[in-house]
Structure formats: structure tokens, C-alpha cells
Design a protein around this ligand. Structure first.
Ligand SMILES: [Zn+2]
Length: 499
């Protein structure tokens, strides 16, 4: 009798709790922890630069196939003709020392901080492999999508700069007088809108090439990268004169308005570059002005990726540079997400700023390995848990997974080990990444802090194969909710397999 009674009153099985206990059993076993977190559904990667996502070996392969040359002194790829000081890339097939040297130059793989800083080595890599990117952006997209699928990610928000060189060229013709409205009108009169269809065609071509490489139309050979939903952030490079940055801003807004594949924009480039530092507030005012014209355009801005002094190589940073960047990105520009935000505790009134970010639901994209490699910030020196404790939403992302020689799984492993995260916290990170992505549509969660479902799905088992009528109607109209549903289904399956 007692047994029957206790069976009736026993709490129903809780798969998440059982999975949490499984994680605690294996967390000190590196191989098992890696396997657990590789399979763990990670929602999304919201901070991923396409150029930096590619591994050096791919650039070298394309350099050989495309007949590029190598400048042996600079350890950089360059267009032909080869000869004199330029070695044909095909020589890499037999020259293993040169091959290894290029892998080192294109990434942080062999980096040791002797003479050169992590910051300088990291940012120098991009120019060294840039020649191999020409006509290979579809190939790069295919690799980024497949990598996201390998990491069990349902959604990828890629930063990309189509049309930006053309916008900068136009800016040099139009000039700059500091009057944002007037310069914008001049850019429009000079034909900046004509760049939009050119950029959109480039994206069409790249996506078609990526789908072909992943065999998306062939059920027998179709790769899992086809199943990752991808959207783009128009990427503005900030290390140029005001006219050229503003023209990129104007084009980014036009691209987001014209093409639903562009769901927002971002501003990139070393934040400690003299132009980035000198023009920081001007750049934020540019966004404020344009965002005032069209508040629908979502912005995630790199801000607070600074450390003072020589550590990490940010020689140019003064204490006053670290006092206001995140605040201005949030309060002046109107950013909905912040990339990095590492120096938050150096900001004026930083606790009040964090409280404001929590109240506004401004998510911070946390890039642990990038911050370790470029800034030398790790462990307790990183504000990851400080944000979390203050109620600021956070998500893990890769930044430049190819240059860093990582993947999103690596970042989950790193976070779990360094910060002793529990399973429920991993689920929060994963859900946040989709919930705060700029994919359009209503959120599945009515309360995104506690993951309380939208009323339409209140009686549903979230992630189930057959949603109710009202919930199905919500899913039909919301890409974001569909991605969230897909993630919940994957989490349910994952928990069932890790008890
Ligand atoms: Zn970044």
C-alpha cells in the first residue's frame, strides 16, 4: 500500500534535473565533458565574423586552387603573377615549414607572446589571408554553416560587409562637413541606394554557392549545414575617416530595410585604433541619428573591448577611453546588444549602467577565448558572471572561430570549466542566444527572464511535434519562435539521452 501511495504521489521525472546530475558526474572528465557539450544544443552564435570564422587550412587550400602567391617575408597571400619574392602557393604542397608558418600567421595556433602581442598578431592575420577571400565567400559561408551545424546550433547571425568598399568610395566623392542630415542627402543623391541591389546579388550568389557546396538540394548528399538558419548583420568598419564610416552606416540601414536576410548591423575593427578612439562618440551620434530615422533597424555594437596599458597590447588606451563606450552604445546609439563589454567595471557609474542594461534587456555577447587571446582577460577578471548576477542577459559566441582555432563547443566547455556552470545555466545561455537574436517575429517566451511561454503556447509541451492551434499560428508567423521551438525540441531530445 505504502509503495503504491508513494508511486502516486511521487514527483514526475524531471529530465533536466537528471541531466544536471549527469553533468556533475562527468564535469571533471575532459573527454566526457567535451562530448556532452558538443552534443548540447547551443541555440545560436550571435557574434561571428565570417572572415574570422575560417580556418587557415581552408584559405591555404583556396590559395593553391586559385593560383595565388605567397610573400614569404610577410607570410601573406597575394595575387600573382608569382616570381621574384613571391612563391606560388602550390609550393606549399611540398614545403611543410612554410605551410606551418602560414597557419601560424593566419591564426593564433602557435602564438607565443614574445615581442608581438596577442592583439597585434590577431588583427594582423586578417590582411594576410584576405587575398584568398576573393570569389570564395560562398565557400566561406558553407564552412561557417557546417561549423554551426557541427556545434548543434540552430541559428547563425553572421557579420559581413557586402557593398561597404563601394560605400566608402562614394563617401570620398561626397565629402564630409559634419552635418549628418546633409551628408546623408548627398550620399542618396550620389546613388548610395544603387549599391543595395549589387550587395543583395552578391549575397544571392554566395548563398547559392554555399547551398551547392553543402548539397542542400540533394537528399542523399545533403549536409547538416543546410539546416542552420542564417541571417546577416551588415558590418561597418570603423577605422576610416568619418565620411567613410557614415556612408557605411547609411548603406547598412538601407540594406536592413531592403533585404530581410539582413536583420541588423554592427560596427567592427579594433576599438583601440586611434580613429576608433578619437571618433567613438561621433560614431555613436551617427547611429543615433540614423536610428532616429528608422528605429526598426536593430543594432549590436562592439563596445568595451578594451584593457588599459600594455597588457594584451592595447598600448593606446587611456583610462578615460574606458569610461563611456558601453554607455554611449546603449544610451546614445540605441544598441540592443553589446559585443564584448569587457571593461564595464571601468565605466562611470557602472553598477547603474548594468542595472539599466538589465532593465532594458540589452544582451552582452560573451567571447571568452577572443578576450583571453586579444586582451589577456580570463577567469575572475572577466565580467561574465558580474553581468549575469546583475540580471544582464548573456550568451556565448565565438567572435572569430577560425583565427582563434576554436568553435562554439569550445566556448561552452571553457565557460563550464572556468565558471563551474550548472546545466540550467547552460540552457539559459543557449535559449538567450535565440531569444535575443534579431530573427524577426514574436518571442516564444512571454517572460524571457524565466522562459515562461507566450500565452498562445501556454498549454503546449514546448518543442512537441504537434503544437496546438493557437501555438501553431504563432509559430507560422514568427521565425524567431520557430527557431526557439526547434531548440526546445533538441534540448528535450538531448536531456533524454543524458540521464
Ligand atoms: Zn567581434
Amino acid at each position: 500500500m505504502l509503495g503504491a501511495l508513494s508511486a502516486c504521489t511521487a514527483t514526475p521525472p524531471n529530465p533536466a534535473a537528471a541531466t544536471a546530475r549527469y553533468l556533475d558526474r562527468i564535469r571533471n572528465d575532459p573527454a566526457k565533458l567535451d562530448a556532452f557539450l558538443l552534443a548540447f544544443p547551443k541555440g545560436a552564435d550571435l557574434h561571428n565574423h565570417l572572415s574570422g570564422a575560417i580556418y587557415a587550412e581552408s584559405f591555404i587550400g583556396w590559395a593553391i586552387a586559385d593560383g595565388l602567391c605567397i610573400d614569404e617575408n610577410e607570410l601573406a597571400l597575394t595575387k600573382g603573377p608569382c616570381g621574384r619574392n613571391l612563391v606560388p602557393a602550390s609550393a606549399l604542397r611540398k614545403n611543410r615549414p612554410l605551410y606551418d608558418a602560414l597557419v601560424g600567421a593566419f591564426s593564433m595556433k602557435y602564438f607565443r607572446p614574445d615581442g608581438e602581442t596577442g592583439h597585434d598578431h590577431f588583427f594582423a592575420a586578417f590582411d594576410k589571408f584576405a587575398a584568398a577571400e576573393t570569389d570564395r565567400e560562398g565557400d566561406m559561408l558553407a564552412q561557417a554553416l557546417q561549423q554551426a551545424a557541427n556545434d548543434h546550433t540552430v541559428y547563425l547571425e553572421l557579420m559581413w560587409s557586402p557593398g561597404m568598399p563601394e560605400a566608402r568610395r562614394l563617401a570620398r566623392k561626397v565629402g564630409w562637413d559634419g552635418d549628418l542630415a546633409r551628408v546623408r542627402n548627398k550620399l542618396i543623391a550620389a546613388g548610395i541606394d544603387q549599391i543595395v541591389p549589387v550587395a543583395r546579388r552578391q549575397v544571392d550568389q554566395r548563398e547559392a554557392r554555399a547551398r551547392a557546396l553543402l548539397h542542400c538540394a540533394d537528399p542523399a548528399r545533403r549536409r547538416s549545414g543546410c539546416d542552420v538558419t542564417v541571417r546577416y548583420l551588415a558590418q561597418i568598419i570603423r577605422v576610416f575617416p568619418p565620411a567613410e564610416v557614415f556612408a557605411q552606416d547609411v548603406l547598412a540601414f538601407r540594406l536592413v530595410e531592403a533585404d530581410p536576410r539582413f536583420v541588423g548591423l554592427n560596427i567592427v575593427g579594433p576599438e583601440d585604433d586611434p580613429i576608433s578612439l578619437h571618433d567613438y562618440s561621433l560614431h555613436m551620434r551617427m547611429f543615433q541619428y540614423l536610428h532616429g530615422l528608422d528605429p526598426r533597424v536593430a543594432m549590436s555594437l562592439h563596445a568595451g573591448e578594451l584593457v588599459e596599458g600594455h597588457r594584451g597590447g592595447l598600448r593606446r588606451v587611456r583610462p578615460e577611453d574606458m569610461r563611456f563606450h558601453i554607455r554611449e552604445a546603449v544610451e546614445i546609439a540605441g544598441a540592443r546588444r553589446i559585443g564584448h563589454g569587457v571593461d564595464i567595471e571601468h565605466e562611470n557609474d557602472w553598477r547603474e549602467l548594468m542595472a539599466d542594461m538589465a532593465a532594458r534587456h540589452i544582451l552582452v555577447e560573451i567571447n571568452l577565448t577572443s578576450n583571453a587571446q586579444i586582451l589577456g582577460i580570463t577567469g575572475a577578471a572577466h565580467p561574465f558572471l558580474t553581468y549575469w548576477t546583475a540580471g544582464v542577459p548573456v550568451a556565448l559566441s565565438t567572435d572569430d572561430e577560425g583565427v582563434e582555432r576554436i568553435d562554439l563547443t569550445h566556448e561552452y566547455v571553457r565557460a563550464t570549466r572556468e565558471y563551474h556552470l550548472r546545466f540550467g545555466q547552460l540552457v539559459t545561455l543557449s535559449r538567450n542566444a535565440v531569444a535575443y537574436g534579431f530573427a524577426p517575429g514574436a518571442n516564444l517566451w512571454a517572460d524571457v527572464d524565466h522562459f515562461v511561454p507566450n500565452a498562445a503556447c501556454a498549454t503546449d509541451t514546448i518543442g512537441a511535434a504537434e503544437p496546438s492551434g493557437a501555438c501553431a499560428a504563432l509559430l507560422a508567423t514568427s521565425l524567431k519562435a520557430r527557431l526557439q521551438w526547434q531548440l526546445e525540441a533538441a534540448l528535450t531530445k538531448f536531456e533524454a539521452g543524458h540521464q
